[in-house]
Design a protein around this ligand. Sequence first.
Ligand SMILES: *[C@@H]1O[C@H](CO)[C@@H](O)[C@H](O)[C@H]1NC(C)=O
Ligand SMILES: *[C@@H]1O[C@H](CO)[C@@H](O)[C@H](O)[C@H]1NC(C)=O
Ligand SMILES: *[C@@H]1O[C@H](CO)[C@@H](O)[C@H](O)[C@H]1NC(C)=O
Ligand SMILES: *[C@@H]1O[C@H](CO)[C@@H](O)[C@H](O)[C@H]1NC(C)=O
Length: 438
Amino acid sequence: MPITDQFKDNKSLALTKRLIPWTICVLLPMALIHSFFYPLPFSPSPKTDLPHSTNNNITYRSSLSASPPSSAEKGKTKETKCDYCNGEWVSDSGSPLYNDTTCGTIKEGRNCITHGRPESGYLHWRWKPTQCNLPRFEPQTFLQHIKNKHVAFVGDSMARNQLESLLCMLATASTPNLVYNHKTGKDNQFSRWHFPSHNASVSLYWSPFLVHGVEKSSTNPNNNLYLDHVDERWANDMDQMDLIVLSFGHWLLLPAVYHEGDSVLGCHYCPGLNHTEIGFYIVLRKALRTTLNSIIERRGDKGNGIDVIVTTFSPHHFEGEWDKAGACPKTKPYRNAEKQLEGMDAEMRKIEIEEVEYAKAKAKRRLRLEALDVTKLALLRPDGHPGPYMNPFPFVNGNAGSVQNDCVHWCLPGPIDTWNEILLEMMKKWEKQSRNED
Ligand SMILES: *[C@@H]1O[C@H](CO)[C@@H](O)[C@H](O)[C@H]1NC(C)=O
Ligand SMILES: *[C@@H]1O[C@H](CO)[C@@H](O)[C@H](O)[C@H]1NC(C)=O
Ligand SMILES: *[C@@H]1O[C@H](CO)[C@@H](O)[C@H](O)[C@H]1NC(C)=O
Ligand SMILES: *[C@@H]1O[C@H](CO)[C@@H](O)[C@H](O)[C@H]1NC(C)=O
């Protein structure tokens, strides 16, 4: 199993053992610290509409079939362009494709129904892009698209959240086998599932910075990031990947020292160290550029080509303190006009979109690259997080006044299923373009 090679001689893996509790215990309060106490010099986005990008200006084929259309069908398919990132969550009486009994891959903390979340209204909303309809996820069609292929999700726990959603939806059509698993603590960090029905593989690579990073430890209070070196724990396997979904960003809010070349570029939140504070926007940009550059260099004109999706930043919805009841109490989505994309969320998204565009301009023929621009639709779903239901039955012994909340990740099933519906539309668009080129 070649995937195991990457773990040999990897000292940093030993450190990761300590880091999983971090995701919950430090990431969440840090998100608060940064948004409330550590304002960065961004200018709020104008109160107009979301800045437009052409990234999600996707061809929508209205007649969808489980198999690719025949050439006879091709001619008469009506096409409309659709921008999937602008729209509205509309109420929908339908039910999610799956529940906790239909798939065994949901991480504990995302399993809101099993953990006793009492209201289920959050399950009955559908994303309605302004210009078109987003088709319900079709597991068979997705599996057709990844037949004989390997899809890798690379990034932090948001990448894992999206992967688990996808696996649960695909599992309604075909049962995957877990063929590789490297577990640290309670969490899968490097895992691979295989769908024998389609010889398709879906895998997870834990890499919260995408570039090489040494995560903090008892002897070092900061993360150390090496911004000009891609993280080889995933990049080593790049040759075997056909589609890479990158999703990261939240870990950049944590204290860190940033290295470039042989020198320290600066740091973020490192009192006591004599480094220049440079914030994390420039770090997001550099880390993504290094990552996309390395994919272009290694795979841009080799083999059967590679597809790359960058899932944009997904906002948190903390309204109160993270360890008190009611941290993210909303039970309904926002209306589109109710909530502007601004501040850090807007800035993170903008940088990611810009870097995707920058890389696209350089990309060679065999590399396809798009942003999966979910920031706005995620922003509108304050109701979709586990909140206190990250733990089972948090109020069963009465409310002790102190309860942990997760207002960052998404319940499964939940809004994040929509990310994968859009991903499927992007894959259909690519498929259609490549047929037209033939
Ligand atoms: C989407 O593409 C169409 C046709 O290519 C173009 O007219 C339209 O302005 C684009 N929309 C956005 C939001 O870029
Ligand atoms: C979960 O889904 C299965 C079938 O997929 C269904 O039989 C069962 O009733 C569902 N459970 C709940 C609690 O909805
Ligand atoms: C199965 O899929 C892998 C990619 O994940 C591919 O390398 C291999 O050739 C496929 N096998 C067959 C028989 O097509
Ligand atoms: C901090 O760095 C500056 C510039 O590199 C240097 O002049 C100064 O002496 C350093 N201060 C300490 C306390 O190390």
